[in-house]
Ligand binder design. Structure first.
Ligand code: PHE
Length: 374
């Protein structure tokens, strides 16, 4: 800045000459008009309005003018600066509008484009139902146990007190695995016909008390039709502890059907025979559709239970002491209960599935309506 000088003529101060101020203003306006991006505009703003810009420097010169000249020069510079900042704001608004319009185009989503039509799969309802049953027992402290599907005859039969000539071993039921050449019938290996061999494996693997739930695939030489399949799923439960009785079994069954089918559900036991339980029973649950109200009530027939009020679930009983002994557990000290049932049947009446073949054919139109339970 020049030193105050009261005698010189303002028009002699080069930077404050009207044409100079106009030139500075016009240069600023031209620079803003030429800026083609917000960044470039920002640079032009610093160059033409910043502290070291010609107009700012000219503004500072005003202080050096004699008082009578200050007003006019101040007005001129002020008007130029006003025009510059107006031009800046206008160009900024223009460039921002251009940017917004560009972003709208560049980032637009075309909602009419076809989406990825690869259909999402669905987990099989047998798997989700089996997991749901497991959850009921895991919540009570049971462990999930597994065993092989290709099983030694000893586990599948002998250890379960199914003698060598028991009809269940016959060709009509069991898939036998062929032995080596020349000894084809001597493999002593079968496709397990039930999940009960996992009882034996679980007892051999653990010290009592034993509380296990064992879901798994089992095999029987049946034709595939609406109510039979040669490969199906069972869930086996085994509890071995001191002092377990049939009433523990009954309470456990009642809890299970309530957890799976809702409040107020109960089970009933009917005498039956299994070589590996003694006593043994067939277990039924109250029909979850009519809750027994169709019995003796021809006006309200129930298709689910054929108006019998009960639905057969599977087999159960107190573990035969011979089975405990075969698995190395002292039957004088410990007792146990077990039950086993097929999951396909439960899925059939829980979800009104009428044909078992739907469950094995792998058509997603069958599985999808059950939803994507994870
Ligand atoms: N394993 C028997 C079956 O497949 C069911 C069962 C399991 C019965 C446990 C009693 C105890 O039919």
């Amino acid at each position: 800045m020049s030193a105050p000088n009261k005698s010189y003529d303002p028009v002699e101060v080069e930077a404050l000459k009207p044409e100079e101020i106009e030139r500075m203003r016009d240069e600023a306006l031209a620079a803003f008009a030429a800026a083609d991006s917000l960044d470039a505009l920002q640079e032009a703003k610093v160059a033409h309005t910043g502290g070291t810009s010609p107009l700012s420097l000219a503004n500072r010169e005003i202080g050096a003018l004699p008082p009578h000249a200050k007003a006019e020069a101040g007005k001129r510079v002020g008007m130029a600066r006003g025009a510059v900042s107006k031009a800046f704001a206008a160009r900024q608004a223009e460039l921002e509008a251009e940017r917004d319009a560009r972003v709208l185009v560049e980032e637009a989503v075309d909602v009419t484009l076809p989406y990825d039509r690869t259909p999402a799969g669905a987990r099989h309802p047998l798997t989700t139902l089996s997991e749901r049953i497991e959850d009921v027992f895991v919540a009570m402290g049971y462990e999930v146990a597994e065993g092989p599907e290709v099983e030694a005859e000893w586990f599948n039969f002998d250890a379960l007190n199914i003698g060598p000539d028991h009809p269940a071993r016959g060709m009509q039921d069991t898939f036998f695995v062929q032995g080596p050449k020349g000894r084809e019938t001597e493999s002593n290996v079968v496709l397990r016909t039930h999940t009960s061999p996992v009882q034996i494996r679980s007892m051999l693997d653990r010290e009592p008390p034993v509380y296990v739930i064992c879901p798994g695939r089992v095999y029987r030489s049946d034709e595939l039709d609406a109510t039979h399949t040669p490969v199906f799923m069972q869930v086996e439960l085994l509890a071995v502890d001191e002092g377990l009785t049939m009433s523990d079994l009954k309470g456990t069954l009642d809890h299970m059907v309530q957890a799976l089918f809702g409040e107020g559900m109960t089970t009933r036991l009917r005498p039956n025979f299994f070589p590996f339980t003694e006593p043994s029973a067939e277990m039924d649950m109250v029909c979850y559709v009519c809750r027994g109200e169709s019995v003796g009530n021809p006006d309200r027939p129930c298709r689910t239970c054929s108006s019998e009020g009960w639905i057969e679930l599977g087999g159960c009983g107190m573990v035969n002491p011979k089975v405990l002994t075969a698995a190395g557990i002292d039957p004088e000290k410990y007792s146990g209960f077990a039950f086993g049932f097929g999951i396909e049947r439960m899925l059939m009446f829980r979800h009104n599935v009428e044909d078992m073949r739907d469950m094995v054919e792998g058509d997603v139109r069958f599985t999808r309506p059950f939803g994507m339970e994870i």
